[in-house]
Design a protein around this ligand. Structure first.
Ligand code: GNR
Ligand code: NI
Length: 178
């Protein structure tokens, strides 16, 4: 397993639309394992392939307390959504910022698993929100897109400044912390 580098806003690669996976082969299984390792190391509850510059429709999540319930979704689709509500969201690609976003708090999702078999899942609460947040990544969309232009610009400028300082210092990109 390999810990991958997470792209940070406003990196234009985060705007790439991911392509469907044709076959869940060894390469996709490897990507799932690397996404999980990267997500756990970064203390995230989800991670999309887009965030590690792999533009295929794969995402992982684990919202369990013990961090022992990894989930993988290949070619995910939302079949139904209900109970729209507000939740504070963060993103490993937008480190240090948490803002309210309105989304469905219940979703039924269909996807292929790590074994290549189709499954359906009813998700609620944080998992439901997380799956939608990750599916947005696969479309090149970020939670900051739901904020006012003023907030988004403030966030962009602050992250650009941090990124400039990091490269001027010759410092390795820090491990993203939420
Ligand atoms: O770790 C994460 N926490 C989180 C909290 C609320 C809503 C969405 C998320 S996803 C985020 C990890 C991440 O950036 N996934 O793309
Ligand atoms: Ni994110």
């Amino acid at each position: 397993m390999t810990r991958l580098t997470i792209l940070e806003y406003p990196d234009p690669r985060l705007r790439t639309k991911a392509a469907p996976v044709a076959t869940v082969d060894a390469g996709i299984r490897q990507l799932i394992d690397d996404l999980l390792e990267t997500m756990y190391a970064s203390k995230g509850v989800g991670l999309a392939a887009t965030q590690v510059d792999r533009h295929v429709r794969v995402l992982v999540a684990d919202v369990s307390e013990e961090k022992n319930q990894p989930l993988a979704f290949v070619n995910p689709e939302v079949l139904a959504r209900e109970d729209v509500g507000t939740m504070q969201e963060g993103c490993l690609s937008v480190p240090g910022f948490w803002e309210d976003v309105d989304r469905a708090h219940k979703v039924r999702v269909r996807a292929l698993g790590r074994d290549g078999k189709p499954f359906e899942l009813d998700a609620e609460g944080l998992l439901a929100v997380c799956i939608q947040h990750e599916m947005d990544h696969l479309e090149g969309k970020l939670f900051v897109d739901y904020l006012s232009e003023l907030k988004r610009t403030r966030i962009r400028k602050k992250l650009e400044k941090e990124q400039r300082q990091r490269s001027a210092d010759g410092v390795r990109p820090r491990a993203p912390a939420l």
